[in-house]
Design a protein around this ligand. Structure first.
Ligand code: 5GP
Ligand code: MG
Length: 181
């Protein structure tokens, strides 16, 4: 099956994304002003974004990963399950938490709360995409590459049923490619 034929529209080309990420990296580098930072990337969606972003940041960075899943309980509340926790100590460190997209806000808010308990010196959040129309809890990311409308996007790390993460661009799926689970 050809991946490209499943895409209805390309919204962000590799070149668009690369340029935007360079700008975001510059902003992060300026804000941290030479401080050491621990980057924490939320798996799996942010692995490509994180790896591209950090190569444009000229600071002493350490990298760690956390893998979480969320399960909808009833209609509203979501319980977060940690599949893989941190492998480093963030006590007294500046932490920059990175996710692919903030939609309801549940994931980023809960992961931030969990990490805050480990007493970092500071904790900020960074996302590639912000979907303001999806918000269900109060949560604002400190760094946002793009605001996106109310549609489901795939590519550049973002999946649909674990597929399409390896697309080099971000786009919208054709209706025919969307299957019921
Ligand atoms: P939240 O907890 O903010 O509702 O959701 C964040 C997670 O939902 C993201 O990390 C991502 O896995 C998933 N998500 C939300 N919107 C989209 C989307 O448009 N496309 C994809 N591929 N995943 C999304
Ligand atoms: Mg996902």
């Amino acid at each position: 099956m050809n991946y490209l034929s499943d895409i209805k529209e390309i919204l962000y080309s590799p070149r668009d994304i690369d340029e935007r990420i360079q700008g975001l990296a510059k902003q992060i580098q300026t804000d941290y002003n030479g401080e050491d930072v621990v980057i924490i990337s939320i798996l799996k969606g942010s692995f490509i974004f994180t790896s591209d972003l950090i190569r444009y940041i000229n600071l002493r960075l350490a990298i760690d990963f956390i893998h979480v899943s969320s399960y909808r309980e009833g209609m509203t509340s979501k319980e977060l399950i940690i599949n893989k926790g941190l492998s480093s100590n963030i006590n007294n460190k500046h932490v920059l938490l990175i996710d692919d997209i903030i939609d309801t806000g549940n994931t980023l808010k809960q992961v931030k709360e969990i990490l805050t308990k480990e007493n970092p010196l500071s904790i900020k959040t960074c996302v590639l995409y912000n979907k303001p129309s999806g918000r269900k809890v109060e949560m604002v990311a400190d760094y946002v590459a793009y605001d996106v409308g109310n549609y489901f996007i795939v590519g550049y790390g973002l999946d649909y049923n674990e597929k399409y993460r390896n697309l080099p661009f971000v786009g919208i799926l054709r209706e025919e490619a969307i299957t019921k689970i």
